[in-house]
Design a protein around this ligand. Structure first.
Ligand code: SF4
Length: 242
């Protein structure tokens, strides 16, 4: 069985720059750079660049989203912060012992993660929240670097099919053998991949993803990691902050 290090392909680009963080002014995707520049004209004070990973790179869990939201991470500079995408996610992370309870949808709210790192498959905001296949491929270099940097990694929670597919490609595993499905689990080497619908405001409003469904996935992750849940995790799942 291959290790995560063996699974992850190391590109020449990754070898040349093994920094765990993406350059804020990364210019590898022309369409996304043009969109960042377009937004900056109207919002010069926004963070406005490639959004770094947030959390603990020595953790056992990676939470993998798709891309920053325009008024969320692109504005604040912290993943899942500033719009409606992070409320339920950070409540769940706290509920299952992966975060403190300081989340207030601001980058300076004092939120800290424990044993967990959050990142996105594409680090720059895409128009209409839709990265192209080429952009997913280009930014996968940073995902691979992030996976390599997490030497204690044991679980990845993929939020949505595009994040799942990008992870499988980063691990050089065939998609056909590991199809995305909400609630599914996939064993890939020593890493267990967990799938959930994305916790976007749209999915919560339409109840494609409910707090109960999301809580069940987090309970699976917590059970796999084998740590005792905190007292708060024995109660009802938190309700979304919309
Ligand atoms: S999406 Fe990723 S690869 Fe593309 S410009 Fe942003 S950081 Fe660079």
């Amino acid at each position: 069985m291959r290790s995560i290090a063996q699974c992850v392909k190391t590109t020449k680009k990754a070898k040349a720059n093994h920094s765990p963080q993406v350059p804020r002014d990364c210019a590898l995707c022309p369409r996304l750079v043009a969109y960042r520049n377009e937004i900056a004209v109207e919002h010069p004070a926004w963070f406005g660049g490639a959004v770094p990973s947030f959390g603990d790179p020595s953790g056992q869990l990676m939470v993998l989203g798709l891309a920053p939201g325009k008024s969320g991470a692109h504005r604040t500079g912290r993943a899942f912060t500033g719009d409606g995408s992070g409320g339920l996610l950070f409540q769940m992370l706290h509920h299952h012992g992966f975060a403190n309870d300081a989340f207030d949808n601001r980058a300076d709210d004092g939120l800290t993660l424990h044993d967990c790192l959050i990142t996105n498959a594409v680090r720059c905001v895409p128009p209409a929240n839709k990265p192209t296949a080429a952009e997913l491929t280009t930014c996968r270099t940073y995902l691979q670097m992030g996976l390599q940097g997490m030497t204690n990694l044991r679980a990845v929670l993929c939020l949505g099919r595009l994040a799942h597919d990008s992870l499988l490609r980063a691990l050089d595993r065939p998609l056909a053998a590991h199809r995305f499905a909400h609630g599914a689990r996939h064993s890939i080497g020593r890493v267990q991949v967990f799938d959930s619908y994305h916790c976007s405001r749209y999915n919560l409003n339409t109840r494609r993803l409910t707090p109960g469904m999301f809580n069940a996935v987090f309970a699976d992750v917590r059970a796999f990691l084998g740590q005792n849940p905190p007292p708060s995790a024995t109660g009802q799942p938190p309700q979304p902050t919309l």
